[in-house]
Design a protein around this ligand. Sequence first.
Ligand SMILES: Cc1cc2nc3c(=O)[nH]c(=O)nc-3n(C[C@H](O)[C@H](O)[C@H](O)COP(=O)(O)OP(=O)(O)OC[C@H]3O[C@@H](n4cnc5c(N)ncnc54)[C@H](O)[C@@H]3O)c2cc1C
Length: 394
Amino acid sequence: MQSKETLPVNFENTEIAFRDLSNASLKQAYQLFRVMNSRMLVNIGKHLVNFAFTVHFPVEGIIRNTIYRHFVGGVSIEDCSKTIARLARCNVDSILDYAQEGEESDDAFDATCREVIRTVEFAGNHKNVPFSVFKITGVARFDLLAKVSEQQPLADEEKDEFRRVEERVDAIFRRGFELDVPVLIDAEETWIQPVLDEMVMNLMSRYNKEKAIVQNTYQMYRHDSIERIKQHHRMALEGGFKFGLKIVRGAYMEKERNRAAERGYPSPIQPDKPATDRDFNDITRYFMEHLDTIDFMVATHNEESSLLLARLIDEYNLPRNHRGIYFSQLYGMSDHITYNLAGKGYNVAKYVPYGAVKTMMPYLFRRAEENSSVKGQTNRELKMIRTEIKRRRN
Ligand SMILES: Cc1cc2nc3c(=O)[nH]c(=O)nc-3n(C[C@H](O)[C@H](O)[C@H](O)COP(=O)(O)OP(=O)(O)OC[C@H]3O[C@@H](n4cnc5c(N)ncnc54)[C@H](O)[C@@H]3O)c2cc1C
């Protein structure tokens, strides 16, 4: 174990971690995390909020001033400008994340596609917004993606529908290519990933000749991810294009395990957390060995993985703001990692989700549930905030 003085970055520095928050905002964050710390309160809150929306009880104001304000950048791209500027003052970049979920119509998919293209255009004009991002299920029907992934035959109208999906995805990356903005595509459930991988690899070969404009996401809780990444990297080398990606641990673990058990196929998920951690860290080392052909982002709230990458960047004697390496966290979470990395000159960006209060509810419920789980990070967040409140008093 290295002593704190010799570490490239100290995540326990709460003065830097919360430099962006006034005393009042810090206290509000403390109250919010305290409420989220209780699984029971989160469950009751979820039901009450859903009920309130159903009977048109005016809860929006309360939500907007509490959990929404903490985790969401604003209702629109323009509305996020203040948040983006505030983060930029502390050297933290932003990635606008248009969080439209659960739509099923072509009109809704077209609208989402147009909005994602607007985020690409915004990024093209703002140096503190280095990437754009989207989810394939924002522009395509889930069941169609599953059907194509499973190589099931498509009816004629489904073939047309899929062609429209390909057009939307291409339009987003094409705009990224025209404006020199890298675009990340999020990873989702394993049973829609094959079609996604195929599309993304084709688009990489089209748009990544000079620079990694098209970037995929890999979930390291899948036991096959290291092999898939290396295979895709080989394809990029053979095809003469740049490979760009972000790694995450993965957000759908229970769902994946349950589906595998129900349908009787082997679970795609690692046997345990240490196996996920091991692969996450091993592949980070692999990226460092292939930096000439890989641009990558490590998207995590895990201190050890963040520290590992920070240390490797220094050991390789690379500039801390090397253009091909990024750290990323979600807005409103793990500020002690984000701000301390930024304070030491590393490239770090927050995913800044935006949307109307009602449309953001699924995202907010996920954040609340994640923070209230036994292994969640609320305790860590609470401890940090408490330390900072005490430090400011002295
Ligand atoms: C900027 C950003 C972008 C993201 N984009 C995506 C995305 O595109 N797709 C996506 O799926 N997720 C995405 N996530 C969420 C991510 O996958 C994780 O769910 C979340 O970040 C928690 O993992 P961690 O590395 O931060 O922290 P940790 O607390 O170290 O790890 C928790 C994670 O470890 C894994 N894990 C936990 N228990 C076990 C176990 N028993 N066996 C095996 N694995 C286990 C799970 O993946 C769990 O989420 C993103 C996260 C961030 C910060």
